[in-house]
Write a protein that binds this ligand. Structure first.
Ligand code: FES
Length: 105
């Protein structure tokens, strides 16, 4: 279970399939705020979210292209910022919280 959390605190618990992207898991469960205009090719930035501190170290670091897109997102970019389309779901993400920026609503 992964918990997507809207900017106003509304939680969206999602059973995500291992191997799919976090962005796709959000879209499949109609989570508001994860938009994904580019279809997941890391070019639009509309799938930006903040990963909780506990689970962030489990993720592979952002590559150069993801870093470049994150520089241009409208919300504040923090050390927890990631493009959810670039994060494949793994079993050890159970309990992870993914906070969605208020600029995506
Ligand atoms: Fe466009 Fe992630 S869906 S950057």
């Amino acid at each position: 279970m992964i918990r997507f959390i809207e900017a106003d605190g509304t939680p969206h618990p999602v059973e995500a399939a291992v191997g799919q992207s976090l962005k796709q898991a959000a879209l499949d469960h109609l989570v508001p705020g994860i938009i994904g205009d580019c279809g997941g090719c890391a070019s639009c930035g509309t799938c930006h979210a903040y990963i909780d501190d506990k689970h962030l170290p489990l993720l592979a670091p952002a590559d150069e292209n993801e870093e470049m897109i994150l520089e241009g997102v409208p919300a504040s970019r923090t050390s927890n910022s990631r493009l959810t389309c670039q994060i494949p779901v793994t079993a050890d993400m159970a309990g992870m919280e993914v906070h969605i920026p208020d600029t995506q609503f």
